[in-house]
Design a protein around this ligand. Sequence first.
Ligand SMILES: Nc1nc2c(ncn2[C@@H]2O[C@H](COP(=O)(O)OP(=O)(O)OP(=O)(O)O)[C@@H](O)[C@H]2O)c(=O)[nH]1
Ligand SMILES: [Mg+2]
Length: 423
Amino acid sequence: MKQLGEKRPRAIVAAVQLPSVSDVEFDASLTELRQLAKTLGFEVVGRFTQKRAGFDKAAYFGTGKREELALLREQESVDVILIDHEISPSQAFNLEKEAGAEVMDRTMVILEIFHRHAASRFARAQVEIARLSYMGPRLREAAKQAGPKDRARSGTGGRSGGESHGELDRRKLRDRIAELQQELDAMILERQTQRARREARQGLARVALVGYTNAGKSTLMRGLTGSEALVADKLFATLDTTVRALHPESVPRVLVSDTVGFIKNLPHGLVASFKSTLDEALEASLLVHVVDASDPGFERQLAVTDEVLDEIGAQDVPRLLVFNKIDRGGNEAALLANYPGCIVMSAKREGDVARLREAIAAFFQRSLAEAELFLPWSAQKERGQIFATCIVLEERTDNDGAFLRVRGEPEAVRRLHEQFGRR
Ligand SMILES: Nc1nc2c(ncn2[C@@H]2O[C@H](COP(=O)(O)OP(=O)(O)OP(=O)(O)O)[C@@H](O)[C@H]2O)c(=O)[nH]1
Ligand SMILES: [Mg+2]
């Protein structure tokens, strides 16, 4: 990978169009690859495509097309060729050799973005596992291509006899992945304990913002919670789940999580390693699925998100569908007609954000329980707690104390009723 100096690396996006793929779908995917390239800081100077019944086994593009590609590379001084599919290590190797420029496939581009954006120890460990798993077969290919030279070298150094360079690298890679996985497991356990403690204390309701990358999840997170979530017009700005309370506070108090965005052909290793991050969010009682209504490809993005949610086992969590960015475009009437119960809005309009906040609070209030409590004057300390966790529907006092009718989270109400239930 070339580092970014003063000069931005010159890239072209390239792909084979299979007969099963429509022009619209093909273009949308290449445009998205362009966005991904931009996020990596590349200057995209061209586009190179071929219609073909299948990918060439040896080098992805057909023979004649590869010559054309080499020519284009030279004319445009291309540094990197970005391929809009995941290709095999040998295809990448051969194409690189023939075209004379570095080749990155879609998976590698996405992995590289995740790698650059990972800020926490947690996210870094997850990305590293996915990267190493991806690198494994590629290192093997490189070792194979290096051939006899590699075997000659393997006789020297501190290596045990008979072990080839490739085998050693493979073992190191496996060990490193196992080590990272252990670290990650420890972090997950620690988080679970903390979370269980926090939630037992507060009896909290949870909602998670999910959706395609760049849909506006973090912007909504800011609006809903008053927090300073990172918002950026680039893909995969957010990699860590952050959690904040809905603000102004609602009853019950609702915790909102902002999560990593999804994308078409999300590398499998990434889905696996980000599952733990997502699991935390997906323990939510409600998923707010955010869709960029102004994107012409929003239907495809919506479907991709649904697929990933299924894949990680979240298909049964109740969902609220939110079409965002309506200020930039999109057909509000059609959306409301086609997706019953959805919310059409713009994160840029305060009134819209307030409407979403109310819809979320209303969801949690539906499941609230009611109870009648009697609080003797001796127990007035508990009063503040009751007012913080419940909606107080009615309050009367007499000589012995206060009578309260409250509504709140079933579990919290049950506990209060055990303690102060009217006998
Ligand atoms: N016009 C308009 N722009 C919006 C709206 N919501 C978000 N944006 C912009 O869209 C871009 C992406 O927003 P984010 O909130 O970072 O999106 P995200 O879903 O968190 O993206 P990832 O973290 O990359 O998955 C930013 O430039 C936002 O300012 C909206 O309702 N209208
Ligand atoms: Mg975000």
